[in-house]
Each structure stands twice: as C-alpha cells, then as structure tokens.
Write a protein that binds this ligand. Sequence first.
Ligand code: KIV
Ligand code: ZN
Length: 393
Amino acid sequence: MTKGVKMTNQITFYDPTMRDGEQTIGVNFTIDEKIKLAQALEKYGVSAIEAGFPAASKKDFDAVVEISKVVHTAKVVGLARLVRQDIDAVVAATQQAKHPMIHVFIATSPVHRTYKLHMSPSEIIEKVISDIRYTKTMMSEIIFSPEDATRTEPEFLARVIQAAIESGATMINIPDTVGYATPYEYGELFEYLREHVRDFDQVTWATHTHNDLGMANANALAGIMHGATEIQGTINGIGERAGNVDIIEAAAAIYVRRQTFAKQTAIILEQSKHISDIVAQATHMPVAKNKPIMGRNAFAHESGIHQDGYLKNPETYEILRPEMVGTQASLPLGKLSGSHAVMNQLLSLGYHISRQDMVTILPIFKRIAEKTSTVSDQQMQDMMTMIQTNKMM
Ligand code: KIV
Ligand code: ZN
C-alpha cells in the first residue's frame, strides 16, 4: 500500500452501464429494461448506479426518476455537465432516491479546452468552483470528473481537483476518456495527485477507464494499486467506441488475484452470468465467444492435451472455477480432442467402453471430427451405432 493512501482493502463498483454504456452505437434501453437492470445491479453488489443523463432527454430524466424509486441500498446517480440546467435536472430526477448522488464533469485537457470548450484554464477552475458550490446547496454527494484527465497537464489537473474538493466534491473520478493511458502512467497519475492534491485523503477516488487500446482492465487495476478505491465500469464492457472496463472482468481479476491485490469487493460473482445475459439481451449485443470470463469459450477446453489435463485436475487449465461466475466449463469434442475426453463423453452418454475399445473408436471419431467443427452427442451416438452394427469392437 502506498504511503498516505487511505487504508481500505474494500473496492467498490460504480456502474454507468445505463449512461456510458448506453452511448454504445445502437443501444437504447427501455425504461423497463433499465429498471430490471438497476435491480439486478443492486443485487450484484454495485455501490452506485449511474442511471442516465437527465438533462439529455425526457426519457433519461424519467428513467432516473423510476430507478430512484426502486433502488434501496446503492446510490442512484445522474450525470450533469457543469451547466446549471443539467445540475437542476439531476437534483429533480433523483429526489426520490434513498441515496442520491450527482456526477458533474468538465473537460480539462488542452485539446478539449481549445477546440470544444473554448475556455482558458482559469475559466475552467472558476466554473468548477461556482458550479460545484451551487450543486452543494442541493446535493451532499458529488462526484467530479475532469474529462480526458489522462491527457491533461498533471499540474493543472491537480489544481482543478483541489478546487473541486474545496467546493464540495466528495468523490473524484479520473477518466481515461479515450483509452489512451498505459497502466504504468495511470498508476503514476494517481501517485502524482496524491502528492499534489492537498485534500487527497478527504475524498474517495475512482477509476474510469476506456478500452480503446485494450487496457481498460489493466488501467483500472493500476488505479486501485495507487489510491483509488472505486472502479467505474459497465456490464459486458459496453460503452462509447471500444467500451469501458467490464465490471465482471475487473471483479473477477480482483478475486482471482486476491493475494496480489490484497483487496476485496462486495460483488456477488456467481450472478455474473445472469447480469451479463440481461445486458446482452437488452442491447442485442451477444458477448463475443472469446471474451474473458463471460465468453462461451472462456471455460471451454478443446485440445487433447488440455482436455486430458482438465479431466485429471481442472486447475491445470482453469484459474477460476466457472461456477464462481455462474457458468460452466465445457469440453467440446473436435479434431484436436484426445482419447480421454472422447471416452469421458461416451461414458457420460451411457456407453460401457474400456480404454482398449478406444483403440478402435478414436480413429473413427477423428475422421468424423475432421469434417465438422464440433462433434455433437447425436454424431457420437450415430458413430457408436455404426461401430456396434459392424461389430468393430
Ligand atoms: O469517459 C468519460 O470521460 C466520461 C465522463 C462523463 C466521466 O464518461
Ligand atoms: Zn466514459
């Protein structure tokens, strides 16, 4: 643990699937889908649900209102630019939430200041101070994000954040908005901020990592090694462009490598498949077969060597029991499968065969497997009927 960092080993998860996740091209949750997802997320163990951007549309506003009514323990958060109308909309939409929170943001990097906001660094600091003070008169829990933090001059970033904390922000989120940072840099940025933000220990720090270079999970984990105690991420990693860090992957990594991280989470990992399915269905975005943890192939072992090892002891090729994340392992039979797995499957189909019988069966199986992607149970049964009819063993 780094010197001066708050001593907690509890990592919380903040879920913006319904806001950042909904920024995925083609994704448009209905209010009913959002309510169902919010309830599932709460059971999954996330500590905050960013339910929408109330000023963006009536539908987003209504979704935040409805979610505020049904969520009991998690914070319900609405997103707002540092614009009074946005802030007022979040305050109104979260009125019925048991634990309301507002997420305010403004971009801080040179490219955003120059081309998007047309604001100078001092104008940004003034805006942060005046609008967070304004927000604080109505909301006690405020999360502040300097958008594109990882491409912002660190010295300016520290000044903006200090101003946000002094004005009333209770949590600081460090967005790697365009997925540009490397894990080393992202961790170092937290170190820099710890050294240069006077009130670092007065607030909670969150990671917010995008996956443009495939480093979202590594970056989030680097953040928690250097002072962050909350990870913002989405289910199935959906989000703008290449998406956000996938909460399921981050929580699984913290669990599998618990000795390395010395951290724990409140996530009920066994519900991962259930929540992943809810999001896949509502977004019409099936999970890629080779996606870590939730992909159909994540716990599938096809080659003979792997199947043999797995059947002797699953730990040979598994770092996490699939049941831990609500799914199962599979041993699909294909051209690379070996005698051990083929025999195992025939026994489970009810055939009484010996190792000696496999001398006859395996070459026939291989001929069938070479002509197909995976060999189904029906094909296995047809093969056995043919072998028995022809009295081949
Ligand atoms: O990626 C980002 O910068 C965001 C902000 C709104 C926090 O999603
Ligand atoms: Zn984002």
